[in-house]
Ligand binder design. Sequence first.
Ligand SMILES: *Cc1c(COP(=O)(O)O)cnc(C)c1O
Length: 358
Amino acid sequence: MRARELGPGTRAVHAGLPEPRQGEPFLPGPAFAAPFHLAGDVDSAPFGYQRYGNPTWAAYEAALGDLEGGNAVVFASGMAAVAAVLLPALKEGDALVVPSDCYPGVRSIATEHLAPRGVEVRQVATDETEILGALGGAALVWLETPSNPGLDVVDVRRIVDAAHGAGAVVAVDNTLATPLVQRPLDLGAEYSVSSGSKHLSGHSDLVMGHVAVRDGERLEGLRHWRGLTGAIPGPFEVWLAHRSLATLAVRLDRQTANAAALAAALRARDDVTGVRYPGFGTVVCFELAGAADAQAFLASCALVAEATSFGGVHSTAERRARWAKDAVSEGFVRFSAGIEDTADLVTDVLQALDRSRR
Ligand SMILES: *Cc1c(COP(=O)(O)O)cnc(C)c1O
């Protein structure tokens, strides 16, 4: 049976593990090396120097490739993965369509590094009509769906078909959805990009990223870029990420149930407005009256850590406007549901809202 036909929980547990061998561990430990023994011909061993490859990455990349339905290249961070797609792909005179509401670092690469080199940067909202209207003559379309922090959703397949018709390739930042929920390569995108610092590793203890592709030339291009720029993760972090992948499906199940319960509880309150929850996923956004109300709420939560990022086993939340990078109101809260018991989490959030009410 091919692993891709198995259920998501099964695939996550088995992805990238070696064939069982008597007396060997399930997941071999991290391989620490700068050079590897390499006598004679440089092609005579799979690994020669850590910056170009490592058995620990190879196992994790096999796992990610299995979940993505393609070939994965692991990077030092989500932003290293983003840069590996955007920087080599675009040259002077090309046009890039990028969401105005996507991860701020992606927009900064576009405006601070691509635009000054003559790339036309078209920023449009995560909205099908707007994106379709911006495709003419574009070389690359960047999508993030659900978007972050607005949690807007677009039909990837529809945009991919139109983009291909216009001669553009498509990259999807799939960090929020994860490949267990949405597989951009199956939907026709050329690149599936993710931060591994969020759901994929899920324990708020490491920073990582990857890109998955199907085309062999793109795969070689990404590996070459990683080797040249040295945007490589350490083997211990990769091993931790691979270990954490086994629980991805069960973490997502609980986190999604918690997020849905929170969204319902928040919608029932008159002191909370603009509850955003696309019906799946682990992140809920909502608005309180202002910055002071949002900060008082965050300070009143006992089980919810005030921290940025999302996707971890511990519930976290933050007032998003404190970063001044997203077009959101002062009282906008992005809430990442963890794996706590649902009743405990909802009770804590409701008591914090009551206590912080002025
Ligand atoms: C966090 C994030 C990134 C960047 O990833 P890092 O691992 O922090 O470098 C990119 N895109 C999205 C949607 C993210 O949430």
